[in-house]
Design a protein around this ligand. Structure first.
Ligand SMILES: NC(=O)c1ccc[n+]([C@@H]2O[C@H](COP(=O)([O-])OP(=O)(O)OC[C@H]3O[C@@H](n4cnc5c(N)ncnc54)[C@H](O)[C@@H]3O)[C@@H](O)[C@H]2O)c1
Length: 337
């Protein structure tokens, strides 16, 4: 039996709690959120206690073996350090951290403390994304050459509007299309060069858009498009190879599409990709992490993969600032963006 403490009862805390509720071998030992009422709503179907702070949880709980961090990105490092220090295995929402330095610090500290660290890059657990990888590996489209992805929806609204503060969230690139960076790297290997354009710095209130071009060492070229200027939420990919093309559009799965503008800031929440499956990708991801803990196995997405995804995102942000392509080199010290 795993004893999991969830930090954060916002969008992702709720999603993770719902997944654990379906698992026989998990007891959620508590939900920590500074907003007690919000946490109580998430905790009540689980019969779990609510804590207003990590201090309160740690001084009350007798035992936990996993902490699941669903707090805003800029808080990840502090929380990982807190729990790694006391030997608790860690599941952390993506992106692993707001900066590359923090990401490296987190990975090194967990290694030093000998705790497991899982970063929730969930796209690897979406069957439609997994299947494309499998079919490409089987040779279905021949040698892949070009990929195009899209991920977009409404501008997210989180606690204290932290998504709208670039220094907290890293904006659309670090927060959202990092999913596609991770997915594409999973398929095509290391990225060599990054070039990006976006609305960053234009001061268009609650609108963001980015187009990032990745050149992989394998020669594959990818266009990664992201938007926080749409309504609803959709994802797409199109991957072309020498023998064929494979594509997916989440909008085509919807029999009826109705998108209305929500009135006022705060009404929209955070869009999370949905799945009609009984075992959602979030369930599959968390179940996988728990199995890795039990069996002491490497996860499908490692902490180093999470680092690499941040590295690509930071390179895209650098490219937007400089107007020039950025060649990736892990040795290089990246400026703070
Ligand atoms: N994998 C995905 O599909 C996906 C989707 C959305 C968000 N995310 C990631 O999940 C993380 C959380 O995002 P979210 O949308 O759930 O955020 P959110 O704003 O919805 O929720 C954050 C919660 O943290 C609480 N909180 C703030 N400060 C606190 C503190 N000091 N102590 C305790 N609680 C505190 C807030 O009250 C709020 O309930 C982010 O890193 C985000 O990038 C991942």
């Amino acid at each position: 039996m795993h004893h999991v403490l969830i930090l954060g009862a916002g969008t992702m805390g709720k999603v993770h709690a719902a997944a654990y509720a379906e698992m026989d071998d998990v007891q959620v030992v508590g939900i920590v959120d500074s907003d007690y009422e919000k946490a109580a709503k998430v905790a009540s179907p689980l019969g779990a206690p609510v804590f207003a702070s990590v201090d309160e949880a740690l001084s009350t709980l007798d035992y936990l073996n996993i902490v699941d961090i669903c707090l805003p990105t800029f808080m990840h490092k502090e929380m990982v350090f807190r729990f790694a220090e006391i030997g608790i295995d860690i599941i952390c929402e993506k992106p692993i951290a707001r900066t590359l330095e923090d990401a490296r610090g987190i990975i090194d500290f967990c290694r030093e403390k000998n705790v497991k660290l899982f970063v929730a890059h969930v796209v690897r657990f979406f069957p439609e994304y997994e299947l494309a990888k499998k079919r490409i590996e089987e040779g279905a489209i021949g040698k892949p050459a070009v990929a195009r992805t899209f991920r977009g929806g409404i501008f997210p609204t989180g606690w204290n509007d932290w998504y709208a503060d670039f220094s907290y969230s890293g904006g659309l690139i670090l927060d959202m299309i990092i999913h596609d960076f991770d997915y594409l790297r999973w398929m095509f290997g290391e990225v060599e060069r990054v070039y990006a354009k976006s609305l960053l710095g234009r001061n268009l209130l609650r609108l963001d858009y980015a187009l990032v071009t990745l050149r992989f060492k394998s020669g594959v070229i990818a266009h990664v498009e992201g938007s926080w200027a749409h309504e609803g939420f959709t994802t797409r990919y199109e991957i072309a190879g020498q023998k064929g093309i494979i594509d997916y559009d989440s909008a085509k799965e919807m029999p009826l599409v109705m998108k209305s503008k929500k009135a006022g800031k705060g009404a929209g929440g955070v869009a999370v990709p949905e799945s009609p499956l009984k075992k959602t990708p979030y369930y599959l991801e968390l179940e996988h992490f728990l199995l890795c803990i039990e069996r002491d196995e490497e996860p499908k997405v490692t902490a180093e993969d999470a680092y690499k995804a941040v590295e690509i995102a930071i390179a895209a942000l650098e490219s937007i600032q400089s107007g020039k392509p950025v060649t990736l080199n892990s040795e290089k010290v990246h400026p703070r963006v």
